[in-house]
Design a protein around this ligand. Sequence first.
Ligand code: UT7
Length: 331
Amino acid sequence: MTKPHTTPRYSRILGTGSFLPPKRLTNADLAAQLALDGIETSDEWIVERTGIRARHFAEAGVNASDLSLPAARAALEAAGVDAAEIDLIIVATSTPDMVFPSTACLLQQKLGIAGCAAFDVQAVCSGFVYALTVADSMIKTGAASKALVVGAEVFSRILDFKDRTTCVLFGDGAGAVVLGASDTPGILATELHADGRHAGILCVPGTVSGGQILGDPLLKMDGQAVFKLAVGVLDKVARSVLEKAGRSESDIDWLIPHQANIRIMQGTAKKLKLSLDKVVVTVDQHGNTSAASIPLALDSAVRSGQIKPGETVMLEGVGGGFTWGAVLLDL
Ligand code: UT7
């Protein structure tokens, strides 16, 4: 049991990792596959409307915990932390391996550790920002000292491949960070929001009941409604988090928004008066991977040397629920 702390303590990202399943489909590959069922789409439409060029799909039988494992191991290695030192695991996912136990418990078992707290967070595409906020709070209170925070999704399992308005948008993947207690802040400020009145605009309405699936188990989205809500909230939550941290827009070295649509990211950057070259964009490479998208983008930018130690990064999630939130941190 971790001892309670009386002196201020903070949390800091110690290492990042990510994993994309090997099966990669370009827009042309996906268009050819959909054409077999008479569904028309094109690379041109997908790139122009979303910025997506490819996505990765997990093979049958490969679940969110399987994608989490290599991402978690990479983050642990980058942090120089042994899995046995982890005292908290949070997995953000909307596509868990099972109804229960949590994907976090399954990941814990795959990592070969036992005893630490492990649970899932369900906030759809805002899941990683939610999970990071919870881990930050638990570290600050002394409830944990070294947390593994993962975003992992197999959205391919809940896509309706007869609905071209959604199936071209999403992909599978996982990203992870190791968050450790620190005397100096890494995470500077966080803020989370939800508005359940908009639950219906992005949902998977099905549920398991009496040994059957009741309702539709495939993703439904009113894309334009989600788009409008997203561009309406992302700059506001970013400003609010900056104010909490006593910082301003000009202090942001890198903006890492949820990787759903390049047009939403560009719109948010414009509203925040940030030049587009400060926005980390990986949506072209993996599409919308929901809770995995932010840690995938973060890990990619850290490993490529784009983001350097000490730089200030704004993470922003938005998605089903309707949920949104932001985390400002010094790397
Ligand atoms: O992760 C949670 C956050 N989710 C999001 O951020 C998604 C937010 N929404 C969006 O990104 C956009 O609304 C979409 C990418 C989903 C759609 O883009 P849009 O510019 O809003 O397109 P639209 O829905 O207005 O559709 C325009 C046209 C329609 O044809 P008509 O009615 O103008 O003849 C669609 O039928 O594009 C058609 N269309 C397609 N055409 C080719 C829709 N999907 C496709 C497709 N290929 N895959």
